[in-house]
Design a protein around this ligand. Structure first.
Ligand SMILES: C[S@@+](CC[C@H](N)C(=O)[O-])C[C@H]1O[C@@H](n2cnc3c(N)ncnc32)[C@H](O)[C@@H]1O
Length: 461
């Protein structure tokens, strides 16, 4: 328990403060208006709910529309069609103030406006105290994104008890799951979300479950520099560290893009019946460079290498040996050992003297083996390297006899196509366009080029 100025905060209040602090990134009005247009709200008695309403931008914009269309709307009608949930007390208060002000401006008596706003915005946890059955015609908002590992354990335990396991790795997944289950049969979900749930392998079960009822009807990238305002926890003006999209989910019978375990890529929406062509994984051998553990044990510098038998050393290369797309002269060596034959005494002595520094996950039963074996790798052919984090797909040619190390590099070796052909394919404009549409985006224009992604790269062969 920690004291604020006057009152001690309970553990729950601290947990909620931390959650709010980590997730309060509010949506700019034009993005909100665009989503409300997309779901054509208000229409009839369709109920719109913002499950995590923050300072009430969605509620406010929705209310302004409603008052324009139905200036004489009664309080009970209004409270039936527009509702918000917000866990954090001050944010809930800000939402209410926004709503009350709009109602007053519209001519409502201040006490009545305040009372209506109190009832419209529930200060409660949507995940554990939200509606339990079909209730909403439209769910609109910008749900929180936060990995479960970063949630206070008190809330994490409550959510894990209330939600299916596939919805418990990120709060966004939890919200998507809850939104789908409280939706009326013809309901729609109109949200701003981070893009990763659409294509990450870890969200496949979530997509599959959502896809039982819903499909994607609209999917657009948003500009993170203008889609949000007042991002807490960040310097003014710095955009949030996510890649946002605006997405509308509708019943699968009417939605344009089916939702299933398969990934959906916001920049390139595949036609459902598009035939998959040949991929890089079918014509080349794409592997991850082996991790040899903490530096200085199986990977040594030139000075240490000079004291070890040269026939057991292989020049090793990592990402920092690549500069401007070209490989520099290697300055490290990997110690080559095999499982069935202990290395010579000088190497054994070096390993024994340094093994205490090895990361725990790098320790093996046979003490002279590195965490990931590479003694069977063929080093007699040239290969291509693709860095795991890069702005463009630009393979780097590597001569025989060098060992790429560490998981930051993928190794592409010739198989059904020649290395020249593969190099040309990887460097092509088409490959780069595909990569930019399919790779997860990172900060500052970088992409995450995983080995799995490379294997899926379509090629002309
Ligand atoms: C990303 S902000 C979005 C606010 C608003 N919908 C908007 O678009 O500007 C997310 C809000 O969700 C709230 N929140 C987080 N977890 C919640 C929960 N379990 N139930 C209700 N609100 C929650 C946070 O306090 C935060 O204000």
């Amino acid at each position: 328990m920690r004291m604020n100025d006057l009152f001690p905060l309970t553990e729950r209040e601290e947990a909620i403060n931390a959650l709010h602090y980590a997730t309060a990134i509010y949506t700019a009005a034009p993005v909100v208006d665009d989503l409300l247009d997309a779901v054509d709200w208000p229409r009839g008695n369709r109920r719109l709910v913002d499950p995590s309403c923050g300072d009430g931008i969605f509620l406010g914009r929705a209310l302004a529309r409603l008052l324009r269309e139905r200036p004489k709307v009664r309080e009970d009608e209004l409270l039936d069609v527009l509702q918000g949930w917000e866990l954090h007390p001050s944010a809930a208060q800000q939402s209410r103030a926004r709503v009350a002000e709009l109602l007053e401006d519209h001519g409502w008596e201040p006490g009545k406006a305040r009372a209506a706003s109190e009832r419209m915005v529930r200060q409660a946890d949507f995940l554990t105290a939200g509606p339990t059955g079909p209730y909403c015609h439209v769910l609109a908002g910008n749900p929180p994104y936060l990995r479960f590992t970063n949630l206070h354990q008190l809330l994490r335990a409550e959510y894990q008890a209330a939600l299916p396991a596939y919805a418990c790795s990120d709060l966004l997944h939890s919200f998507l799951d809850r939104c789908a289950s409280v939706l009326m049969p013809d309901g729609e979900v109109a949200l701003v979300t981070a893009d990763r749930w659409l294509f990450n392998v870890g969200a496949a079960k979530l997509r599959e479950s959502l896809g039982n009822r819903l499909g994607i009807d609209r999917l657009q990238r948003l500009d993170p520099t203008s889609a949000f305002y007042r991002p807490k926890d960040r310097r003014a003006g710095s955009p949030p560290r996510i890649h946002p999209v605006s997405v509308v989910l509708r019943p699968s019978s009417v939605a344009a893009i089916p939702l299933s375990a398969a990934p959906v890529f916001p920049d390139k929406q595949e036609q459902p019946n598009q035939k998959p062509g040949i991929t890089l994984g079918e014509i080349a051998k794409v592997t991850l460079a082996p991790w040899l553990g903490t530096n200085g044990i199986f990977v040594v510098d030139e000075a240490t290498a000079a004291s070890l038998p040269a026939e057991h050393l292989v020049p090793a290369i990592d990402t920092d040996d690549i500069r401007d797309g070209r490989l520099q002269t290697p300055t490290r060596y990997a110690i080559r050992t095999t499982p069935d034959c202990p290395p010579p005494p000088a190497i054994m002595a070096h390993l024994e003297a340094n093994m205490h520094r090895m990361a725990k996950r790098g320790l093996r039963k046979i003490p002279w083996l590195p965490p990931e074996s590479w003694h069977k790798r063929n080093l007699n052919e040239p290969i291509l390297l693709v860095p795991r984090i890069a702005r463009t797909l630009r393979p780097v040619r590597v001569a025989p006899g060098l060992l790429p190390i560490n998981h930051n590099l993928s190794i592409v070796a010739a198989n059904r196509a020649t290395l020249d052909e593969i190099e040309a394919m990887l460097s092509s404009k088409e490959a780069n366009e595909w990569m930019q549409a399919h790779a997860a985006r990172l900060e500052s224009g970088f992409f995450s080029l995983t080995t799995t992604l490379l294997r899926q790269l379509p090629v002309q062969f």
